[in-house]
Design a protein around this ligand. Structure first.
Ligand SMILES: *Cc1c(COP(=O)(O)O)cnc(C)c1O
Length: 401
């Protein structure tokens, strides 16, 4: 009898955001003429930068000739791309060894797979509301412990982010071993500055904990006091993995490419207290569980770092940022209590009349033909809030609420 991994039964059958798509499709069937304004999905909508397309065309042609054909990528990714990433960090004053940079098929893979190299009994800290994959991956890998109440798990320490702390997670009173930080944060659009992030780095150093730092929205940072990388903080290489992606930066959500940094200085511990560099474990996992990302896509990602590529990417990001600002201004003018936006493509706002976020989702869809994301999808602390994104097209703005 083949047994199931029952941990997989502990998370919902339908990935939370697919639920929205289902409801919108049902609405469209009933109201085929409705012009729907999409401010819900966390997915980009602009076409790929021309430089990326050009580089990929060239790469395909190379694969069509015997003398330039390529098979498997090196397990960590091609040097041409790793060098560009290394240089990008250098421009922030951060020096990284090439063998600590791993090209992957996007941030979700790195976040979902990190559990492979961590012990079972870690206590995990997760901010709330936040990107749901941190918690789901923790549950599915059998690390969440027992369910306590209202879908809270015994081995997860939830860091409540509320208007009182400006949606910035505060240090826990108890000891935690693995800390997920999303900065700037999805869905609240808020971002920790260097001083706030330093508290977490210092905490992790003091407690021999590690930080999984999700920098998916690094390219949207506008304010100088917000760090572009956790490695800008002194000592962070000893405690932090940094996960980045071309998805929200360069329209790669469909192409798939990202990278993760595992500094040599970052150690985890055996039960006898011996330290092990985490990069050694990750490197084993990487070469045994994946054959990486296609040559074509890595060439496309490389083009993002060219002068022209950078310029095109900046234009796209500015387009999304302007969308986000316009929607935010509209909501403020309408009297909503609005958070976030400044360093991210997300606006987080309080649902009117103490409605539940799903009830408000329906009201928005049926009365205004606007699709948002109910805050509850990002954890119970998201109840009573709604997320709008700037990944819409400009024709949708003003949203005519
Ligand atoms: C979109 C998103 C990701 C997923 O990125 P991919 O590289 O497309 O897998 C990861 N983290 C956060 C916070 C996101 O919003």
């Amino acid at each position: 009898m083949a047994l199931a991994n029952e941990n997989y039964l502990k998370v919902p059958q339908i990935y939370c955001f697919d639920e929205i798509e289902k409801k919108v499709n049902a609405y469209k069937l009933l109201h085929p003429k409705a012009e729907i304004i999409r401010l819900g999905a966390g997915d980009v909508t602009r076409p790929l930068p021309a430089e990326v397309i050009k580089a990929m065309h060239k790469a395909i042609d190379e694969l069509g000739h015997e003398n330039s054909f390529r098979g498997y990528s090196p397990p960590q990714g091609y040097d041409f791309l790793i060098s560009k990433i290394q240089k990008e960090y250098k421009s922030l004053g951060i020096s990284l060894a090439k063998e600590t940079i791993f090209i992957n098929d996007g941030a979700k893979s790195a976040i979902g797979n990190i559990g492979h190299v961590l012990g079972r009994d870690n206590i995990i800290a997760i901010a709330e509301p936040v990107y749901p994959v941190y918690e789901n991956a923790t549950i599915m890998s059998g690390r969440a412990g027992n369910i306590i109440d209202e879908s809270k798990w015994s081995n997860i320490v939830y860091l409540a982010c509320t208007p009182e702390n400006n949606f910035i997670p505060e240090l826990p009173e108890e000891k935690v071993d693995v800390i997920y930080i999303c900065n700037p944060n999805n869905p609240t659009g808020t971002a920790m500055n260097r001083a706030e992030l330093k508290k977490w780095v210092d905490y992790a150093i003091d407690h021999h904990s590690i930080i999984v730092y999700d920098g998916a929205y690094e390219a949207y940072i506008q304010q100088d006091e917000i760090p572009r990388s956790i490695y800008e903080i002194k000592g962070a290489k000893k405690v932090a993995i940094e996960v980045r992606t071309f998805s929200k930066t360069a329209e790669f959500t469909g192409l798939r490419c990202g990278y993760a940094v595992f500094p040599h200085e970052l150690n985890v511990f055996t039960k006898f207290g011996e330290s092990v560099p985490l990069v050694d474990l990750w490197s084993r996992r990487n070469s045994n569980y994946t054959n990486g990302v296609s040559y074509i896509v890595q060439r496309g990602a490389e083009a993002v770092f060219s002068a022209k590529g950078k310029q095109e990417v900046n234009e796209i990001i500015n387009y999304y940022i302007t969308n986000t600002q316009l929607v935010r201004n509209e909501l403020i003018a309408l009297g909503f209590e609005v958070f976030g936006q400044v360093n991210s493509p997300y606006i987080w706002f309080k649902v009117p009349d103490n409605m539940s976020s799903w009830k408000y989702f329906n009201e928005l869809l049926f009365q205004k033909n606007i699709v948002g994301t109910p805050g509850i999808l990002f954890g119970s602390k998201g109840e009573g809030y709604m997320r709008f994104t700037g990944f819409s097209s400009r024709e949708n703005i003003p949203i005519r609420y």
